[in-house]
Design a protein around this ligand. Structure first.
Ligand code: C2E
Ligand code: MG
Ligand code: MG
Length: 700
């Protein structure tokens, strides 16, 4: 752009200046040539007059005396001049006394020259003198006629004209160039520099970079122009910043609530829309909480609208303090707030936040020496389950809030009824679980683990049971995930660990000294508690040799953040306990990491064992896991074995141990001891039987 402009201006300057100079040069040359022509013509006439004047006397003598010889001499004398091509002395009424003629010169541009000098110049001079008879009167003796050819003068003129023309043109070019350079220096170059500086200017903040007047132009019009432009920039920026302030104000008006400065409904809907996109991309969910204050009208009536406003402001602050920056709280009505909770993986998280908000709202407000208590009701919708659009999510949350309010309010409610029931029940359970350990509601059951080669019970897996005061026995699959979510698993896990070790000591005391006990360790325990010290404390309190304690960890527990897990496992291992990977095959164990971990045992997940005989793929997997375990020097135990055929197959594959209903359901401690003592032989026999049939099969 800059170069294009620059070249255009220079070109224009060049053509304008050169054109004008050439035109002027041409005009001047023509005027000079015309003046020269006039001068040349005059000079020719003058020289002719001079010749004639010179010849007047002898010509008059010749005419008076009728002297032909003298007349001839006069004519020849005239012909000495190259320009004369005809000369004659004539006597009136008689033939010429003497005459001569010669051809004119051949020259170029004859017709042009003729137009300037005339075709030829003819002069006739009367030859007069005193009458011989009467000495007083003057009489005409004859005429002297001369014709001049202007060719020579024209040739000189032509040459001079050429020189004049060429020098005129050269002068014009010289002056034109000088002028062009001056203009270029005075106008085009400063303009180019200015254009360059202008291009560096940020249009949004023009006054931040000042335009400098080109060197030497500080005090002329260009300098004044630059000064004006700088003023203009300042004015533009001032206008821009005013406009920005105004726009920001308009933006705030249309997107934010004026009282609390929280986002308004418009903004909230946009945030929900962007949460929808995020949830779709990340394959997770989010919640919309529609939170209305219960009976806010009475605050306005009992106190004042001003107090009501103050309370809303304090409320907004409480909401802000409760939420993190990724979460949005908006004011969508007089006493209604809405909250978006993105990036959730379960409904429980939404329930937790809702509960915290309700508790927070219920905390008394101090307002102008008054204590005001309010409560709120929250309707909760979840994306993607409850609606597909922002509007609908908000609408459904509002509807369920109304429903909850009609039932007394002061609570949260999920949009889908059974989700609501489930969450509510889970929340109740969660509360009760928190005290389950202290209330002595937990119990351990034991499931034997059998050596597949010898048929002996190697040990037992300790499995926790919760005796709920109202619901009876709650299965671990229901309460362990709950406990993991709330962190109660840490206390439960410690209890299991300590109790298991106590039992082990008891059994060893009974003389069953070879028994091991396997204890499940939750991933949460690994991350949240000081597991190394817990294990050490349990071992020390029970004084059992550490290698009789087997800690079962799931693949997922070990596989997220592998390096720190390896470090932790090494510390645990250093206590002398054994480590087993539980539910092996369900996670994404990487062999390279498995090699680095200080494991002793792999437990094949029961989903593979259950249908390994029907599903050849699972059969192959079980076989492969056993081979893999052995190649890594790990012993392999299959869980969930229910039939004799499964035991046989596992024996064929040289699996080390098995655990499952085929041998026994998880048993109470008493039953487990009884089984140990009573059925020890049976288990051995059953296993030996299986081993024999496996051998027979192999032989076949
Ligand atoms: P798990 O560690 O894989 O435990 C094995 C589960 O399989 C036990 O269920 C057991 O009763 C069941 N089982 C054993 N043999 C068979 C069989 O032949 N067929 C079938 N269908 N099932 C069999 P349980 O006791 O309900 O425990 C479930 C899960 O709860 C356990 O899986 C474990 O992950 C967790 N759990 C149990 N007790 C504790 C504990 O004290 N701490 C921790 N963190 N988790 C525990
Ligand atoms: Mg287990
Ligand atoms: Mg398992």
């Amino acid at each position: 752009m800059q170069r294009k402009l620059n070249s255009r201006l220079s070109n224009k300057l060049f053509f304008a200046v050169m054109g004008t100079a050439m035109l002027l040069g041409l005009l001047l040359s023509v005027v000079q040539i015309m003046l020269d022509a006039r001068t040349a013509r005059k000079a020719l006439e003058q020289s002719t007059q001079e010749i004639l004047a010179m010849m007047r006397e002898p010509a008059t003598q010749a005419a008076f005396n009728l002297d032909r010889i003298m007349a001839q001499q006069v004519v020849e004398g005239l012909f000495q001049n190259q320009a004369v091509f005809y000369a004659a002395i004539s006597i009136p009424g008689e033939p010429p006394l003497a005459s001569a003629f010669r051809d004119k010169q051949r020259i170029r541009y004859r017709s042009l020259m003729n137009s300037i000098f005339g075709q030829d110049l003819s002069y006739s001079l009367e030859l007069k003198g005193y009458s011989p008879t009467d000495n007083t009167s003057i009489v005409l003796y004859g005429n002297l006629e001369v014709s001049i050819d202007p060719s020579n003068a024209a040739l000189d003129f032509l040459e001079r004209s050429q020189n004049l023309f060429i020098s005129g043109l050269l002068q014009a070019i010289f002056f034109g160039s000088v002028l062009y350079l001056i203009f270029q220096g005075l106008i085009a170059r400063p303009m180019t520099t200015l254009l360059g500086s202008l291009e560096d200017i940020d249009p949004m903040r023009p006054s931040q970079s000042k335009l400098d007047a080109p060197l030497g132009h500080e005090d002329d019009e260009l300098g004044a122009w630059v000064h004006k432009i700088n003023d203009l920039f300042k004015a533009i920026e001032k206008y821009n910043s005013k406009r920005r302030v105004a726009e920001a104000h308009v933006e705030r008006l249309s997107n934010y609530d004026m009282l609390t400065e929280l986002p308004n409904r418009n903004m909230l809907l946009r945030r929900i829309e962007s949460s929808i996109q995020d949830a779709n991309n990340q394959n997770d969910m989010f919640a919309v909480l529609y939170c209305a204050l219960d009976d806010f009208k009475s605050v306005n009536l009992l106190h004042s609208y001003h107090a009501g406003d103050k309370l809303l402001l304090m409320m907004a602050d409480r909401f802000r303090s409760e939420l993190d920056p990724a979460q949005t709280v908006a004011r969508v009505g007089g006493d209604v707030f809405a909250i978006v909770l993105p990036g959730l993986i379960s409904h429980y998280q939404a329930a937790d936040v809702a509960q915290r908000i309700l508790d927070n709202v219920r905390r008394p407000f101090r307002l102008d020496n008054n204590t005001i208590k309010v409560s709120a009701t929250i309707g909760i919708t979840m994306y993607p389950h409850d609606a597909a659009t922002a509007e609908q999510l908000l609408k459904n949350a509002e509807n369920v809030m109304q429903l909850a309010k009609s039932e007394g309010g002061n609570r949260y409610q999920f949009y889908v009824a059974n989700v609501d029931q489930k969450i509510r029940a889970a929340k109740v359970l969660e509360k009760q679980l928190a005290t389950a350990v202290d209330d002595g509601q937990l119990e351990l059951v034991f499931q034997p683990q059998v050596n597949l080669l010898t048929g002996e019970v190697r040990g037992a897996e300790a499995l926790v049971r919760w005796h709920h005061p109202e619901r009876g026995l709650v299965p671990p699959n229901e309460f362990i995930p709950l406990a993991e979510r709330t962190g109660a698993i840490v206390a439960i896990g410690e209890w299991v660990l300590q109790t298991s070790c106590q039992y082990l000591r008891k059994w060893h005391g009974l003389g069953i000294t070879h028994l091991t006990i396997s204890v499940n360790v939750s991933p949460v325990q690994l991350h949240q508690s000081d597991i190394v010290n817990s294990v050490r404390a349990a071992l020390e309190a029970s004084a059992v040799p550490p290698h009789y304690l087997v800690l079962e960890l799931t693949e997922t527990a070990v596989m997220d953040n592998v390096d720190s897990a390896i470090r932790l496992l090494k510390q645990i291992k250093a206590l002398g306990v054994q480590l087993a990977i539980d539910d092996f095959g369900t996670g994404y164990s990487s062999l390279s990491y498995l090699k680095k971990m200080p494991m002793d045992e792999i437990k094949i997940d029961r989903t593979f064992v259950q249908d390994m005989l029907e599903d050849p793929d699972n059969g192959t997997i079980v076989d492969a896991i056993i081979q893999l375990g052995h190649s890594l020097n790990l012993s392999v135990i299959a869980e969930g074995t229910e039939t004799l055929d499964q035991i046989r197959y596992l024996q064929e594959c040289e699996c080390d141990m098995a655990q499952g209903y085929y041998y026994s359901q998880p048993l109470s401690e008493a039953a487990f001891i009884a089984l140990l003592q009573e059925q020890r032989g049976q288990i051995r026999n059953a296993t030996q039987r299986a081993a024999q049939s496996a051998q027979t099969l192999l032989n076949k």
